[in-house]
Design a protein around this ligand. Sequence first.
Ligand SMILES: NC(=O)c1ccc[n+]([C@@H]2O[C@H](COP(=O)([O-])OP(=O)(O)OC[C@H]3O[C@@H](n4cnc5c(N)ncnc54)[C@H](O)[C@@H]3O)[C@@H](O)[C@H]2O)c1
Length: 296
Amino acid sequence: MKIKEIKNVAVVGAGTMGQQIAMNSVLNGRAHNYRVVVCDSFPAALEKAEKWAKEYLDGRVAKGRITKEECEAVRKNLSFTGDVDTAVSQADIVIEAIIENLEIKRQLFAKLGKLCKPDAILATNSSNMVSSKFADVTVHPERLLNMHYFNPALVMQLVEVVCGPHTSEQTVETARAFAINTGKAPITIHKEIAGFVANRINAAVTHEACLLLEKGIASVEDIDTACEKGLGYPMGPFRLMDLTGIDVNYYVRSDRYAESGDEFDKPSPLVIEKFQKGEFGRKSGKGWYTYNTEKK
Ligand SMILES: NC(=O)c1ccc[n+]([C@@H]2O[C@H](COP(=O)([O-])OP(=O)(O)OC[C@H]3O[C@@H](n4cnc5c(N)ncnc54)[C@H](O)[C@@H]3O)[C@@H](O)[C@H]2O)c1
């Protein structure tokens, strides 16, 4: 089995994840000289991503992390365009990072199937949708899979490479090699499952933390301290939920419960209570903890 050679990368979606996946590919993969194009159908999103990329690279040079010459080489290999169709037609791998909406993603994958080179790899960065959801609209489903990056994608090393029943071994190996070449630590998930591996483990920890709280066994602070000081977690489950959003936890678990019918997947009654009160965590100033939201 031959690993496909990647030269041109297209990242579709210039939002939080897309801009960082693109920057990671070009910067941390610079030994491989990948040419990366970021495309987005919204000009404002592209403009914001391009500004962020410029400032980020300037900052790397200022901090002495890369030389001016390296920075120039990276800049040359990174481009931004609103012309999604042309950008993807040249790509050896397309990484989709558009909004989490099934119909919009299906429309994009149907289009990619027609526009891309027949041997191009199509990867979705969706947090929740397995690539099987797009296999029927894709011309070459053997080249389709999930590459799930973690936020912030420039920092977090894990990439979950998820194989669907349609995904070929060559596609998996090429995606893994690309992840490694860009400084990532890929894991292979052999069967599609909602939430993949890392978020499922995190969900189980969060579930247990909520049960302990519900039963009055220990306080929010002490459960977080147990995880941080006893288990070496960088952040306890309640602090993490406040950061990612209690509303996000509520929606993800509600969707998963609707799909599985498994009681384990149900949002905790304490999460439901917080959700109904609008206490979403840091973003609303109050969640499991209270935050000072006054502008300085
Ligand atoms: N944010 C996270 O923490 C995180 C982590 C892992 C995976 N993900 C997944 O990554 C994907 C993107 O998430 P995000 O947080 O970057 O979203 P985001 O809203 O920040 O960015 C999405 C971008 O897609 C663009 N877009 C929408 N429709 C498009 C189309 N048809 N063609 C081209 N561009 C289009 C939007 O203009 C926007 O710039 C989602 O599938 C999400 O599940 C997110």
